[in-house]
Design a protein around this ligand. Sequence first.
Ligand SMILES: NC(=O)c1ccc[n+]([C@@H]2O[C@H](COP(=O)([O-])OP(=O)(O)OC[C@H]3O[C@@H](n4cnc5c(N)ncnc54)[C@H](O)[C@@H]3O)[C@@H](O)[C@H]2O)c1
Length: 372
Amino acid sequence: MEALVGQSASPAQQSPPSALRTAIVGAGMIGRVHLDAVRRAGAPVAGISASTPARAKEAAAALGVDRAFDSAESLVTSDDVDVVHLCTPNDTHAPLAALALRAGKHVVCEKPLATSSADADALASLAAGSGLVAAVPFVYRYHPMAAEARARVSDGRAGEVRLVHGHYLQDWLSEPGDTNWRVDPAAGGPSRAFADIGSHWCDLVEWVTGHRITELTAVSQTVERDGGTPATEDVVQVLFRTDRAATGSVTVSQISPGRKNRLWFEVDGSRTSLAFDQENPESLFVGSRGENAAVLRDPATLSPEAARLSVVPGGHPMGYLDCFAAFVRDVHSAIRGTAAAPCPTFDDAARMVRLTEAVLASAADRSWKEVS
Ligand SMILES: NC(=O)c1ccc[n+]([C@@H]2O[C@H](COP(=O)([O-])OP(=O)(O)OC[C@H]3O[C@@H](n4cnc5c(N)ncnc54)[C@H](O)[C@@H]3O)[C@@H](O)[C@H]2O)c1
């Protein structure tokens, strides 16, 4: 990507209009999730684009969106759009996000923010200098019981965090014939499993603990696929240290049969342990030398942030789509200057790209790496 820094966005965007006209690039799995979240936030979906003009028309008709844009570029620079959501393969994120920011749009860009840290850092600088909201959906932060874990660390109930461990396991690429654009480094970038899902786990545990992973060593594994074409890694195992002297480990895999979306972490503090499982997100394990408990989601008893994110009473299960809706609501509040809590930003996402590069470098030369 060409130099991004030093070009500012249109000042017209400094006063956000009341209805945040939103348009979505990419009508695949996550594009549809974004669309649902935007509608739940009460904003009009002004348009959509897909990989071809014909597909954009099909998607607009199927999803009840008024306008199909012929290209991503025409959408992200349109005068009729205030907020752009980028929901396309990874290699398109950085150029489209830069174009959108330069056109004065607020941007929600899917992870990974870019396929290199140079591009990700340049984008984060461009966003910081623009005065626009630039957010990345690290949405697991929006599970109320993950927020409850964060509150119990920050208010001292967990004690000093000593150990952070867990995994993020999927199975959808476990058979030799399984494939997707993510497997191809040209579209997915040099890392797959770690950039795709390991970044979510690391963002989440850093957010819960307030610690930063500063040093790591990693091993990776790539399985044989039909056709023998070059593929990115299927498995990564990482050992790490944090800036506040905790140690940790994570296993990331997209080839674990039966595991669909098993993001699980445990934070072991000096007083209690806290464990969260995104496939069973209505409770938080709280372990101690005395009693262990599965604390259930109930806004009446949770910390203020977890209660804020609980949009239905306990016993009515919440999940992934609710996290997206909460994220988009917070993005809109940030645009209006009324944010109750900070959203995950391009800075956070650029950090995850740097972490990903450290993982790849460590796996390649079998050494410890510092994470800047
Ligand atoms: N935050 C999350 O929880 C989360 C979850 C899933 C995916 N993602 C991210 O979202 C992105 C998309 O993933 P997905 O699972 O929806 O993939 P997908 O393959 O289901 O959808 C991608 C869509 O983009 C379209 N597309 C490709 N090039 C395009 C272009 N130039 N303009 C417009 N559309 C184009 C494709 O036709 C396809 O429909 C990825 O970067 C992925 O990492 C994030």
